[in-house]
Ligand binder design. Structure first.
Ligand code: CA
Length: 392
């Protein structure tokens, strides 16, 4: 195979060159749209000249964790004891602001803080990918170019208005930024100045970020008269065919079909509720109100909505879901993930730093260990692998 390597390198270089040309042509094509969208020629030039595409972000489009990860892994990571404890601290720290936010926008402190915790780990992870570069790349490559063009132009308008210094304007690979991980167009529509310094600052002001989150949820239809929903117990033999978050039915209908809350009490009256069974009827089931839809609209994934809802419940003192997930290999908290990584390091695997993020290197090491154990080498680390590694 060795003689092929120079050829491969050459073809990679040619491909990269063609990509750069395509990118330059694509950006040039966006100039006119930019001008009619309120982006000046000078702003456009300043932020796009010499800009290279970041092709890494295009690959991420098809590998979003909300869609690929089993829901029990996703929730074990996002709603772990550590995040509940951190959230409780934030609730105390920002009690006064959260109270005012609730009065103004009608969204309770636990919900607002839960969004904050899931979006940026309470401000500890904003993302370090340059936003203009990401959005310019996604405007020109991949499958959602129209959407990302709108966001790219919004990002340029934000810089043009001087909201943030260009070098500060970094975020997730998809262009979401700050405490609340707002997309640029969401920032333009919904970010608010709540600490009264005259600017909506989602990087350096927790009050602005908390109020902006509540403003988002209020505009998305949040009602302070409703819970997000509740876990329910399905009657034996229940079919969830045709049911879903959007298929709302009156409480009375669910009662008539034999659903009860997990503590055995009746489904509360007078609500319009959709049934969510994220892992099928054998797993936890939930009746959800339109408040869940408001959470959903933050990131367009039901698993995401459930993570926020569950974290908010945990912050109000609730425990884990009553019905277990239908798996014999439960997911890992961040502490568990760090322990897996530490144990992999001790076994001589080169996985980089122990950071609780199960990236490529960690998954490769997991596959090696799975093979050694005679398991399917799929790279997924759960409680079983943690136990096996602890056992030596
Ligand atoms: Ca402010």
């Amino acid at each position: 195979m060795r003689p092929l390597i120079p050829l491969l390198l050459l073809s990679t270089a040619v491909a990269a060159h063609a990509q750069t040309d395509d990118f330059a042509r694509c950006l040039d094509g966006l100039r006119t749209t930019a001008r009619t969208s309120g982006v000046s020629e000078a702003t456009f030039r300043t932020h796009t000249e010499a800009l290279q595409p970041n092709m890494g972000v295009v690959g991420n489009l098809d590998a979003q964790p909300e869609f690929k990860t089993p829901i029990w892994d996703y929730l074990a990571f996002l709603v772990d004891d550590e995040r509940v404890a951190d959230g409780a601290t934030r609730l105390k720290e920002h009690a006064e602001v959260l109270q005012r936010v609730q009065q103004r926008y009608g969204v309770d402190p636990a919900t607002v803080v839960a969004v904050w915790g899931v979006e940026s780990n309470f401000g500890q992870g904003f993302g370090r990918t340059p936003i203009v570069q990401s959005l310019a790349t996604l405007s020109c490559f991949g499958r959602r170019q129209a959407y990302f063009r709108t966001e790219f132009l919004a990002a340029l308008r934000i810089l043009q208005a001087g909201h943030f210094a260009p070098e500060r304007f970094t975020g997730s690979w998809a262009g979401a930024f700050g405490h609340t991980q707002f997309m640029p167009s969401t920032f333009e529509r919904l970010a608010v100045d709540f600490d009264g310094d005259g600017r909506a600052d989602l990087f350096d002001s927790a009050p602005d970020a908390l109020a902006s989150t509540a403003n988002f949820l209020q505009r998305a239809g949040w009602s302070n008269q409703l819970p997000w929903g509740f876990e329910v117990k399905l009657p034996a033999g229940f079919s969830a065919a045709g049911e879903g978050r959007r298929t709302k039915r009156p409480s009375a209908e669910w009662r008539a079909r034999g659903l009860r809350l997990v503590d055995g009490s009746s489904v509360p009256e007078g609500m319009s509720l959709g049934l969510l069974t994220p892992a099928g009827v054998q797993g936890p089931a939930f009746l959800v109100t339109r408040n869940f839809d408001a959470l959903y609209s933050y990131n367009a994934a039901e698993s995401y909505g459930l993570a926020i809802a569950h974290l908010a419940d945990r912050l109000r003192g609730a425990g884990a879901f009553t019905t277990p997930w239908p798996t014999d290999d439960a997911g890992l908290s961040r502490a568990d993930r760090r322990e897996v990584q530490t144990l992999l390091l001790a076994r001589g695997h080169d996985i980089g730093a122990v950071d609780g993020a199960l990236g490529e290197k960690t998954r490769a090491a997991v596959r090696v260990e799975q093979e050694r154990l005679g398991w399917e080498a799929n790279g997924r680390a759960g409680q079983k692998l943690l136990k096996a590694l602890r056992g030596g």
